[in-house]
Design a protein around this ligand. Structure first.
Ligand code: NAD
Length: 478
């Protein structure tokens, strides 16, 4: 059980948002600062009765919200983006305190959330004319589904809430949003801002545990679940949503490969490759999780990446010098420590890192490993932490096969001085997004989601927005 920080008053200025009102609750959730390992805040924990009230409010509000136009809803979302920017500093500080990431990255998360939100509401969803002749006109249009339940994880709580939130609202749905019990605070503060922007009941925000998420997936009056989290929970969500045949979008985990060709320049790409692997201390769904390097550049790449790791500044995210914060919670920290131990036992060579500091907080330094047994956990599982294997190959087809030899399929990248060849190889990766000479670049206008067990459906772009709508055919006889 985590200790409370001595002499520091617990922050308790948080509330649920239900039907346009800020509400407290009998039960509380303690929130730990992962940089100290101590409880620093407590927030209300919603009950099933709160969920029922939020869903009922969402259903009432839907009656008029669905009749608003796209441009009216776009103007609400623009106010949301402006409020995010106005409150950026206080939201970012809170995000770093509850999540651990460096303050600059918290600011970037909020800024990016605002920009992506504005981007999404610029997308048109046209009515499509399928057939028009002397006898009839047949059109395909899209209407909102109703109440959307959004369930988010702890690694990027603001960004991962805003994508589905804005998609659902802009397409005419109302929302019940539940963040992870590890990082509920910034989302609750977002709820306070939304209270003054949207009509009552259009957005409801509830903090709660896994059981609240489960109740959302079973709720008869929720029409769709947009879930971001682990593959294992995603499978539970899908099974549970089947009871009411809810629409479901799943954004799940990844074990993303990067393939480095023999013509790549290790020194030139090391910084980008390192950051794409270790950003947010590896706790990013689409972070690089396995590096396959051609034997000709293998040693040079190991040297260049190790140099990056040795310079990396690990610490409390509130320190502006910090580049890499702690793991977000004790469970994830223990899992990554276990993987490091397992990797050492399997005979792998630790190039750098691998030692766990005996200090408060959930810190693990960036760790690179080579000579790895490809059946060991560090290769087969999503580590979601700051340890990455560098694996050698001599034959490109073999590297592609090894990169694809997983049930995950979120994203991947190819690194080469020949982008045309890179594109050909990218097309052979069994993933939702394949990048060439970059990794982790996303946009409101580009669909994002996982192949295989990394997901179900897409977020962003017109494709993602249509996932929040029911296609309906209207056939009019002339
Ligand atoms: P998690 O699956 O443990 O929890 C995610 C959310 O689901 C939390 O809000 C949790 O309370 C809720 N939940 C737990 N059990 C539930 C149930 N039975 N029914 C409904 N909801 C339930 O995931 P996590 O550990 O918080 O997040 C890390 C995972 O998220 C990683 O696997 C990561 O790759 C993935 N992720 C994916 C994306 C993406 O876009 N593909 C983005 C970020 C994170």
């Amino acid at each position: 059980m985590a200790e409370r920080a001595d002499n520091v008053p617990l922050r308790t200025d948080f509330a649920l948002l239900i039907d346009g009102e800020l509400r407290s609750a009998k039960a509380k959730l303690d929130v730990i600062n992962p940089a100290t390992g101590a409880v620093f805040a407590a927030c209300p924990k919603a009950s099933i009765a709160d969920l029922d009230a939020a869903v009922a409010a969402g259903r009432r509000a839907f009656k008029s919200w669905k009749k608003t136009t796209y441009s009216e809803r776009a103007s609400y979302v623009k106010k949301l983006a402006a409020a995010l920017r106005e409150h950026q500093d206080e939201l970012a500080t809170l995000l770093t305190q509850e999540q651990g990431k460096p303050i600059g990255q918290s600011i970037a998360e909020i800024d990016r959330g605002a920009a992506q939100s504005e981007g999404m509401v610029g997308i048109e969803i046209p009515i499509e004319t399928l057939i028009e002749d002397d006898q009839r006109k047949i059109e395909l249009f899209y209407r909102p589904l109703g109440v959307v339940g959004i369930i988010t994880p702890w690694n990027a709580p603001v960004n991962l809430a805003l994508g589905p939130l804005v998609s659902a609202l802009y397409t005419g749905n109302t929302v019940v949003l539940k963040p992870s019990p590890y990082t509920p605070l910034t989302t609750l503060k977002l709820g306070e801002l939304l209270k003054d922007i949207f009509p009552a009941g259009v957005v409801n925000v509830l903090a709660g545990g896994d059981e609240l998420g489960q109740a959302m997936t079973e709720h008869v009056d929720i029409d769709k679940i947009s879930f971001t989290g682990s593959v294992a929970t995603g499978k539970n969500v899908l099974a549970s949503a089947a009871g009411t045949l809810k629409r479901v979008t799943l954004e799940l985990g990844g074990n993303d490969p990067a393939i480095i060709l023999e013509d790549a320049d290790p020194k030139a790409i090391a910084k980008k490759l390192f950051f794409a692997s270790f950003v947010n201390s590896g706790q990013v769904c689409m972070a690089i999780k396995r590096i396959y390097a051609h034997e000709k550049i293998y040693d040079a790449l190991c040297t260049a990446l190790t140099a990056e790791a040795k310079q990396a500044k690990v610490g409390n995210g509130l320190d502006p010098e910090t580049e890499f914060g702690p793991l977000q919670n004790k469970m994830q920290y223990d899992k990554v420590v276990d993987i490091i131990e397992d990797t050492k036992r399997s005979g792998a060579r630790i190039l750098c890192g691998g030692e766990i500091p005996n200090t408060p907080g959930y810190f693990i330094p960036p760790t690179l490993v080579t000579d790895v047994d490809e059946t060991s956990r560090i290769v087969t599982e999503e580590q979601f932490g700051p340890i990455v294997p560098i694996l050698k190959y001599s034959d490109l087809d073999d590297a592609i096969e090894r990169a694809n030899n997983t049930r995950f399929g979120l994203s991947g990248s190819v690194w080469t001085s020949d982008p045309t060849r890179g594109r050909e190889i990218a097309a052979q990766l069994e993933v939702g997004t394949a990048w060439v000479n970059q990794h982790r670049a996303t946009s409101a206008f580009v669909p994002f989601g996982g192949a295989k067990e990394s997901g179900y459906g897409r977020q962003y772009s017109v494709l993602g927005l249509k996932g929040y709508m029911e296609p309906e055919v209207i056939s009019v006889a002339k």
